[in-house]
Design a protein around this ligand. Structure first.
Ligand SMILES: *Cc1c(COP(=O)(O)O)cnc(C)c1O
Length: 363
């Protein structure tokens, strides 16, 4: 705390990202990165951008990243003016909170969800209500379809699908029901993990002008280090995001990020096989941990959410850490006996199972 801090800064409670330890030989299953490298086409495109003209980096990138918007539009059969791109989907989401969720009425999101949402509410002064997940940790669509808030009004709705950190998925009928029941509020579906087992609600944006879908290249495209995300929705929703972006930073995506992201999106075959591999490993790991006595929530993501009926989650995480394996433990109500485990390679997951076998066999 310093007397130089603004009153806004004094009240902030910033997000705490998962650890990125600088230790060699660590099995890192704590931040949902992809265990496989990005498409080789990404590196080729970045090298070409650098080689093409040694002085390219002297020049500003395209402020609208049109090539990237076109690539997203092609991939999802929408128009480029239905696409917004940003420096990671976290930045896209920040603009969404400022541009589309900041109204006089509270917004709704689940009590157990991506912990950046309340942080953005704090940053932009957005009022919110948490809607409890059902006992089985699923989202009940009906909870988002009634009259809400003191005057029966809500300022918007946001949730990840699949939800994080539970991994549980809603089907498109449920998304459609929520969007249809709230025609005067923006419904944001954060699809950071949808490529690992869900159907994208992008197929619904032409029918619901209040529906906005966000994606990231950090997980299913193995590009967490490049920082690229996007949103797809009605052109008027996109225009709101552009207005905020152009009042904040004209060039959120650098030249290398733009060409790398386009190459990643264009390499459909690599993307499909990479996702299929992660899904196969997830199913294998889920059944092995079930056999070890863990409860494993059904996951449509690149992580699983598990608990052991007799073992304290924090102690399990600590014991794994001592064996150089890191997983995520949240010290939060309702989920403090769970561990969120990112799907690694088959070898990494086999090492995890061996360690958990050893730990749970000890008295
Ligand atoms: C990882 C994640 C994001 C952010 O992704 P970036 O594009 O890396 O900023 C957004 N939402 C959820 C639910 C996530 O898990």
């Amino acid at each position: 705390m310093s007397r130089f801090w603004s009153s806004v800064v004094r009240t902030l409670t910033p997000y705490v990202p998962g650890e990125q330890p600088k230790i060699a030989n660590l099995i890192k299953l704590n931040t949902n990165e992809n265990p496989y490298p990005p498409s080789p086409a990404v590196l080729t495109a970045i090298q070409a951008e650098l080689a093409n003209d040694a002085s390219r980096l002297r020049l500003y990138p395209d402020p609208n990243a049109d090539l990237l918007k076109q690539a997203v539009a092609r991939r999802y059969a929408v128009q480029p003016d239905q696409v917004f791109v940003g420096n990671g989907s976290d930045e896209v989401l920040a603009h969404v909170f400022m541009a589309l969720l900041n109204h006089d009425a509270p917004i709704l999101f689940p009590d157990i969800t991506y912990s950046f949402y309340p942080v953005y509410c704090g940053l932009y002064g957005v009022d919110y209500r948490c809607v409890p997940l059902a006992d089985d940790f699923s989202i009940n669509p009906a909870d988002y379809c009634g009259q809400q808030g003191p005057e029966g009004k809500i300022g918007g709705i946001i949730f990840p699908n699949p939800n994080a950190p539970t991994g549980r998925l809603l089907d498109l009928d449920a998304i459609e029901r929520i969007a249809g029941a709230n025609p005067d509020a923006v419904v944001v579906v954060d699809e950071a993990y949808v490529d690992f087992g869900g159907n994208s609600a992008i197929s619904l944006v032409d029918r619901y002008d209040n529906l906005l879908v966000t994606h990231t290249l950090s997980k299913s495209r193995s590009l967490a280090g490049l920082r690229v995300g996007y949103a797809v929705g009605h052109p008027e929703l996109i225009e709101a995001l552009e207005r905020v972006k152009n009042s904040f930073n004209s060039y959120p995506l650098d030249r290398l990020a733009i060409v790398g992201a386009v190459a990643a999106i264009d390499d459909e075959a690599y993307f499909q096989s990479c996702c299929a591999q992660v899904v196969a490993t997830r199913e294998q790991l889920s059944s092995e941990l079930t056999a070890l006595g863990f409860d494993v929530l059904p996951s449509a993501a690149n992580f699983i959410f598990v608990r052991h009926p007799q073992r304290d989650a924090a102690e399990l995480a600590k014991a794994l850490r001592a064996a150089n394996i890191i997983v995520r433990h949240f010290k939060l109500p309702r989920i403090d006996q769970f561990l969120r485990i990112t799907i690694g390679t088959d070898a990494e997951c086999a090492a995890l199972v061996t360690e958990l076998q050893r730990i749970t066999a000890e008295g």
